[in-house]
Design a binder for this molecule. Structure first.
Ligand code: ZN
Length: 241
């Protein structure tokens, strides 16, 4: 969130309206919604959102893992090999999302003469049977798979869920992701690994945000605070940078 670093968003709303406010990033709440609703028995899950950019929400031992500063899972700026020409909005080059994100694919299709301005435009082209768009999406899946292959060895998830705008064309996208992960990750880590498109789809984020609020409200710490008749609301979560 350029320009918003360190801004106390929850405190701002809490002071103004006198309510508890939780702030989290989109892919974290999507991961939470997907796991609680579609994979309740899965304790280790990665939710990879491929939209304009690329991010990953991590469920570790059944709970969201945010990391020390709230930026765990920020995989969009991991460097991928062989794409030095792809400049990224972060100032580096060859970042995953600058190569395989929806905005990057739209730009490449525009260079090929198609009028595409966003990830949903890319999806429309693929659905209309455009071969070049289809190839680009599959190739994007392979590039995402290259990054995820290392993460699978590192984190050993049971399920990887692919969500976001581009998951609407998941046949091609997930095929590319699977191809590389099953080839490059350790056999022990992939033996029971499922790589699937999102089941909660466009509802993932809203579901997850609701669940985040409910679980916070029903948490032992909050209940204790209510019982103790504390006037002040529970300390809000910190916004991810
Ligand atoms: Zn970058």
């Amino acid at each position: 969130m350029p320009g918003w670093n360190e801004y106390p968003i929850p405190e701002f709303f809490t002071e103004r309206y006198g309510i508890s406010v939780l702030v989290d990033n989109d892919v974290n709440v999507m991961a939470l919604g997907e796991q609680r609703r579609a994979f309740p028995d899965t304790r280790y899950l990665m939710f990879v959102k491929i939209g304009t950019g690329i991010g990953c929400g991590i469920i570790a031992d059944g709970d969201l893992h945010r990391g020390a500063q709230g930026c765990a899972g920020d995989i969009g700026h991991i460097r991928v090999s062989g794409h030095e020409e792809a400049g990224c909005r972060c100032g580096n080059s060859a970042c995953l999302e600058a190569v395989a994100g929806g905005a990057a694919l739209a730009r490449r299709l525009t260079d090929l003469g198609f009028e595409v301005s966003s990830g949903s435009g890319v999806v429309e082209l693929v659905m209309s049977g455009n071969i070049q768009a289809l190839r680009l999406v599959r190739e994007a899946g392979r590039v995402v798979g290259e990054v995820l292959a290392g993460l699978v060895n590192f984190f050993n998830p049971e399920v990887i869920v692919i969500g976001g705008v581009l998951s609407a064309v998941h046949d091609h996208l997930v095929a590319g992701v699977r191809e590389v992960i099953y080839r490059r990750s350790l056999p022990l880590a992939t033996h029971h690994l499922e790589i699937v498109p999102s089941r909660t789809g466009a509802d993932a984020a809203a579901l997850g945000a609701g669940i985040l609020a409910i679980e916070h409200f029903l948490s032992p710490g909050h209940i204790d605070q209510v019982l103790a008749g504390a006037a002040r609301p529970a300390p809000p979560l910190r916004a991810a940078p």
